[in-house]
Design a protein around this ligand. Structure first.
Ligand SMILES: *Cc1c(COP(=O)(O)O)cnc(C)c1O
Length: 365
C-alpha cells in the first residue's frame, strides 16, 4: 500500500487525466496520425524560419507580455491588442479562467460532448462540473439555460465543438449570452474558428467587445499547425484581461513560440490553403463515409466524427485501422463509444484512411 503524505484539494483526485491522441502502433513503421486535429501540411515555412532565427537568443527570457504576437493577432483579426492575453496553448487560458472565476461550491457548466478540458479544469479548481444534454450532437442553448443555478459561475462552449464538429450560429450564441445572468462568465472556445466558412458563424469577438462577461479563446495548435510549441490566445473585456495578466506565469509563452506565432499569423496564404484543403476533404470524407453506411455530423472543424452501428463496430474498425498504421481517435471518454474521430490530414493519408475503412465496412477485415 502506498501512503499518501499530502492530500490534494478536494476534486483533484476525481480527475481522469486527459489522454491525447496516440502516435505509435507497436510493430508498424509508417504511421498515419489522424488523431489530434493537427494541421494537414505541417507548419508554415515562415514560422520555421522565424523559429530558427529565435533559436540563437534562447538564453534570453521571452517578452513577458508577448507584445509583437498580440500586435500581429490584433492586426489580423481587427482586435484591441490590449485585451489580448497569450498563453501556453489555450488549455492554459481555460485553466486560468476557471481558477480565477470558480472554486469550491461553484458550478462550471458545459455541453454534453464538450471538450474534456472543461471538467478537468473545473475539478482542479475545486468546482463542480455540470453537463447539459445536447440535441443531435449539437450544443443546446435551452438545455444550458435550464441547467443554470445560482451557483453557476462559468459556461464553456466550444464553437465549433470538438469532437462533434457541429457549431452554433451567432444568433444562438447571443441568445445564450442574453439568457445568462450577467455575473456568469461565458467562455467561447473558438479553437477551430479559422476553418469555418459559414455566413451565420462568428467566433464571438462582438460579444467580447460588447463589454459583457464573455471571453473568447483561440489557438495556434490547429489551422496554424503549431501544437508542439504550445501557443494560444484569448480576447477579453478589460477587467478579465487584467485578471489573466495577474494570474498567468510571467513568461508563459516561449520566445520560439512568440516568433513562430507572429510569422504564422502573417502567412495568410498558408491559412487560406489550409482552409481550402480542409473544406474539400471534410466534404469528401463525410460523403465517402456516408456511402459506406456510416453517419457523420456535417463538421465545420478539421475533423470528421463517424458513427458506427454500435461501440463494438467502432472498436473493431479502430483495431483494423491500427493494423494498417492508421491512428484515429476513439471517443469513449466523450460518451461516444460508437464513434471514431478522424482528423483531416494530407490527401494521400485521407485516401489511405478511406480505403482501409471501406475494406473494413465491406467485411474484408
Ligand atoms: C485543440 C483544442 C484546443 C486547443 O488546445 P491548445 O492548448 O491551444 O493546444 C482548445 N479547445 C478545443 C475544443 C480544442 O479541440
Amino acid at each position: 500500500m502506498t501512503s499518501r503524505i499530502l492530500t490534494p484539494r478536494p476534486g483533484v483526485l476525481d480527475i481522469d487525466a486527459y489522454v491525447g491522441g496516440e502516435s505509435k502502433v507497436a510493430g508498424v513503421e509508417r504511421i498515419i496520425k489522424l488523431s489530434s486535429n493537427e494541421g494537414a501540411f505541417g507548419p508554415s515555412p515562415m514560422a520555421l524560419e522565424a523559429m530558427r532565427d529565435a533559436a540563437s537568443v534562447m538564453h534570453r527570457y521571452p517578452d513577458g507580455s508577448s507584445s509583437a504576437l498580440r500586435a500581429a493577432i490584433a492586426e489580423r483579426f481587427g482586435l484591441d491588442a490590449d485585451r489580448i492575453v497569450c498563453g501556453a496553448g489555450s488549455d492554459e487560458l481555460i485553466s486560468l479562467l476557471t481558477y480565477s472565476y470558480a472554486g469550491p461550491g461553484d458550478e462550471v457548466l458545459y455541453s454534453q460532448h464538450g471538450f474534456l478540458m472543461y471538467p478537468i479544469a473545473a475539478k482542479a479548481a475545486g468546482a463542480t462540473p455540470v453537463k447539459a444534454a445536447e440535441t443531435d450532437l449539437r450544443t443546446d442553448v435551452d438545455n444550458l439555460l435550464a441547467a443554470v443555478t445560482d451557483r453557476t459561475r462559468i459556461v464553456f462552449i466550444a464553437n465549433p465543438n470538438n469532437p462533434t464538429g457541429t457549431y452554433l450560429p451567432s444568433s444562438e450564441v447571443k441568445r445564450l449570452r442574453d439568457g445568462l445572468p450577467e455575473n456568469v462568465l461565458l467562455v467561447l472556445d473558438a479553437a477551430y474558428a479559422e476553418f469555418v466558412a459559414r455566413d451565420d458563424y462568428s467566433p464571438g469577438t462582438e460579444l467580447v467587445d460588447a463589454g459583457q462577461n464573455t471571453a473568447m479563446t483561440r489557438t495556434f495548435s490547429k489551422i496554424f499547425a503549431m501544437g508542439g510549441l504550445r501557443v494560444g490566445w484569448g480576447y477579453f473585456p478589460a477587467e478579465i484581461a487584467d485578471v489573466m495578466n495577474r494570474v498567468r506565469g510571467p513568461f508563459n509563452v516561449s520566445s520560439a513560440g512568440q516568433a513562430a506565432g507572429v510569422a504564422s499569423m502573417r502567412d495568410v496564404p498558408f491559412q487560406d490553403r489550409a482552409r481550402a484543403h480542409n473544406l474539400e476533404w471534410v466534404a469528401k470524407t463525410e460523403s465517402a463515409l456516408q456511402g459506406m453506411g456510416l453517419k457523420t455530423t456535417a463538421s465545420v472543424g478539421n475533423f470528421v466524427l463517424a458513427r458506427f452501428a454500435n461501440a463494438d463496430r467502432a472498436l473493431a474498425c479502430d483495431t483494423f485501422l491500427r493494423s494498417k498504421g492508421i491512428i484515429v481517435r476513439r471517443m469513449a471518454s466523450y460518451g461516444l463509444a460508437d464513434c471514431l474521430r478522424v482528423s483531416i490530414g494530407a490527401a494521400d493519408d485521407m485516401e489511405a484512411f478511406l480505403d482501409a475503412t471501406r475494406a473494413f465496412m465491406e467485411g474484408q477485415a
